[in-house]
Design a protein around this ligand. Sequence first.
Ligand SMILES: Cc1ncc(COP(=O)(O)O)c(C=O)c1O
Length: 406
Amino acid sequence: MLFSRGKPWALWYRFFGAIMVGMSSLPKALPQVDQVSSPALLIYPDRVRDNIRIMLEIAGDADRLRPHVKTHKLAEMVRMQMKAGIGKFKCATLAEAVMLGKENAGDILLAIQPVGPEITRYAQLAKAFPDAMFSVVVDDAEIIRQLNRSCAEESIRLGTFLDINVGMNRTGVLPGPEAIARYKLLHEMPFLDVRGLHVYDGHIFGLDVDARTKRVDKAFAPVRELIFRLEQFGFFPPQIVAGGSSSFPVHARREGVELSPGTTLLWDFKNLDHLTDLPFNCAALLLTRVVSKPAPQYVCFDLGHKAVASEMPHPRVRLIGLEDVEYVGHSEEHLVAKTDRWDDIRVGDAYLGIPNHICPTVALYDHVHIVENDRVTKRWKVAARYRLDTKIETMKPQKAQKTQNE
Ligand SMILES: Cc1ncc(COP(=O)(O)O)c(C=O)c1O
């Protein structure tokens, strides 16, 4: 069983969750978009709020959550989560870390090992925001030493999590003797505070909840063993940060584990189709219009590679009302589909679409449009869209600004 510990959430979910998935995952109608140029990305804050509530219900406590901001890169969404009591965040770039620093987030974890100039920059960034606790994941002995030297030069301390590879084979060290050696090394570094282990298992994905649960537990078993060994060596019980959308409900059953989902905030159709047991809402939809009908059956939308993430095979978007079209061409600005309903479609018609993969889709936009009560009411800047290549001095901390966005 996926949920245990007798949480009210578990009961509620068992009875109503499956029904809710079908009912509430899509907005009912196209909002008023006459004045909104396409392509555009629309965000529905009421749906985001719902998603935050569901995350909290699954986690059981705001303190157990460390959501990833790479999904949305939006300061306003950081604020919404902080308002719900969430104070810890994960990020993947220095720009995201700066966004979190400026929003006065208390506990910021960079979940990618810094290399090259990023090592010093991250240390400088931590110094620029003295009120926040900055941490970073590491796995390499030489990087650990370099990070320690940079922290010494900046006279600051950084928190560290040893990154553990539990089968994704993307980053980290295997949870065996090498992990123990690396953990010991971290303790020898005077400017690094050792906080614990980082365990990301994003390779575990799939429809069947029980099978997914078993795989998550099996991948985590060597981490349990590692924790036991580390405690035998006299180390404090490590803090554990684990999981993404597909696995965090399983990790939620483990006492003391911090949960780090990201896509849960906005959801997309990859998750909608594969994680049907989780009742999150699609809170970000693409607005596209038909720009041409070049031949019978062929319809061209203004949703090229520059408007929707294209690292996946087709379909890269699911157009609401045109779910059955066949995608036959995709270039920078154009998406071409074939449909039998060609006669019913006019050039200029607007459609909403759920992206296959929301995280890289957000990164294609400078601004997102906010939909409230079926109207587009304002825009939010995608604050952490660009990578930082500026000097760290430009990252001065500032009070979270009230913008027209709130
Ligand atoms: C290290 C790390 N943690 C957490 C997440 C969040 O996972 P998800 O987007 O599946 O919620 C990701 C996503 O890529 C990740 O790379």
